[in-house]
Design a binder for this molecule. Structure first.
Ligand code: ARG
Length: 460
């Protein structure tokens, strides 16, 4: 005799390979807590509404709680032959309570049950990811506070462009990460809607009270279309998308750290605890963590693509294809948490080398715009000033010198307006200090940015 729930309808045992192929317990067992939490709320509501006997409802709730503590204490192990976590918990309950356990699944389907469990599970994950992002922003802010006057070259096309400070540079990542927190909040809002009560797809004839279940489980609203309740996985896609963007930010930051660690830059040095050596080249100290984060970003994009592709051809409502959602979204969540947990202490212990940043800023005519602006402030139209400075730069390159070292006579030869105060105007420090515009690199502007970030973080 088959032990499957649906044995009555079938005349044969399911093929063992099909059994394994169908089973999701190996990856959905992690939702055991949420599954039980959802069932407790459902059973409570069934009892309150008189759909099952209130005494039996209490027995079920007690039984479920015992199953939960037995799992957590390691007394109860998941049966790898169970089809999924939902079947496992229900079968366990029935083996403990007999007929009473069999009443739990009244006015419910695994279709709305699984939709509920994933939402409950991911809701918690979002909170954790958000706190990690907050921690990372705070780490970046400390790095900025310590480097308000650390001059470095700002780049476009990876060519030295204009001088900025290290504080200004890293705070760019704080802004990206702040938007990531916003995206996680948005995802949470749309995820926090109750699907339970949609049942298989068409609701139920039992007088259920969905509002009560919503309240018990802390959802903001109830899903208003039962087909949508069981066939929607937008919340997984949205989360995978938010995580993908977050990973993209971590990956860009990582790429820069890889560059900065190279001997060509040597702007920073990673702590020995966060770098690795080579098995053959004794001199090597490799930024493996950052490279792995860059690599894992591709993997998370893969998860997002899996989800989008999985959903795009599905007719309403539930289809078994949707069982594939879990491995993809769990992988995205696990990966981003792993990356953040490693990246944060790596950044905290990273040593900044201001001398090398300054050296890199001092060459490469990074102050050419300031030289042109000097003329503009003395009345020359910008386009003319731009041309004069360009010619001076060409001359410097030809004579293997810099704008700082070029004698005043050479300046005057190009344009009478130049005076000896040009050297002050193009010194790296004044180039940075003068860029006081809102959002700019001058320390006072960066301090304003830090205050802004602090305020935004406090609101989140
Ligand atoms: N393990 C299934 C999943 O993850 C649960 C829902 C099964 N529903 C069904 N009608 N077969 O999607």
């Amino acid at each position: 005799m088959s032990n499957k729930m649906w044995a009555g309808r079938f005349s044969k045992e399911v093929d063992e390979r099909v059994n394994d192929f169908n089973s999701s317990i190996s990856f959905d067992a992690r939702m055991y807590k949420q599954d039980i939490e959802g069932s407790v709320a459902h059973a409570t509501m069934l009892g309150e509404c008189g759909i099952i006997d209130p005494e039996e409802s209490k027995t079920i709730v007690k039984g479920l709680k015992e199953i939960l503590s037995d799992i957590e204490e390691g007394k109860l192990h998941f049966d790898p032959n169970a089809e999924d976590i939902h079947m496992f918990v229900e079968a366990e309950l029935t083996s403990r309570l007999g007929a009473t356990g069999k009443r739990l699944h009244t006015a419910r389907s695994r279709n709305d049950q699984v939709a509920l469990d994933i939402r409950l599970y991911l809701r918690e994950e979002i909170k954790e990811i958000k706190e990690l992002v907050r921690k990372l922003i705070e780490t970046v802010m400390v790095l900025a506070e310590n480097n308000l006057t650390t001059v470095m070259p700002g780049y476009t096309h990876l060519q030295r462009a204009q001088p900025i400070t290290f504080a200004h540079h890293v705070l760019c990542y704080a802004q990206m990460l702040l938007r990531d927190m916003g995206r996680l909040d948005d995802t949470y809002k749309r995820m926090n809607v109750l699907p339970l009560g949609s049942c298989a797809l068409a609701g139920t004839t039992y007088p259920i009270n969905r509002e009560r279940v919503r309240e018990l489980l802390g959802f903001d609203e109830v899903m208003m279309n039962s087909l949508d309740g069981v066939s929607d996985r937008d919340f997984c896609i949205e989360l995978a998308c938010a995580i993908s963007i977050l990973m993209m930010h971590l990956s860009r930051f990582s790429e820069e750290i890889v560059l900065w660690c190279s001997w060509e830059f040597k702007f920073v040095e990673l702590d020995d605890a966060y770098a690795t050596g080579s098995s053959i080249m004794p001199q090597k100290k490799n930024p493996d963590i950052t490279e792995l984060i860059r690599g894992k970003t591709g993997r998370v994009y893969g998860d997002l693509t899996t989800l989008l592709t999985m959903m795009k051809g599905l007719s309403l409502a539930y289809n078994k294809d949707m069982q594939e959602d879990k491995e993809a979204i769990f992988d995205a969540v696990d990966t981003v948490k792993l990356c953040l947990t490693t990246f944060i202490p790596m950044l905290e212990t990273m040593r900044v080398i201001p001398e090398n940043m300054r050296k890199a800023a001092a060459n490469g005519f990074i102050n050419a715009t300031d030289c042109a602006d000097y003329l503009v402030k003395k009345g020359i139209p910008f386009r003319d000033a731009y041309k004069i400075t360009g010619t001076l730069v060409a001359k410097c390159i030809e004579n293997n010198t810099t704008l700082e070292e070029l004698p005043i006579e050479e300046y005057k030869k190009m344009c009478e307006t130049f005076d000896s105060d040009i050297y002050d105007a193009i010194s790296l420090e004044s180039c940075v200090m003068q860029r006081k515009s809102q959002g700019g690199p001058a320390p006072e502007a960066v301090k304003e940015q830090l205050e802004y970030l602090r305020k935004k973080l406090d609101e989140k």
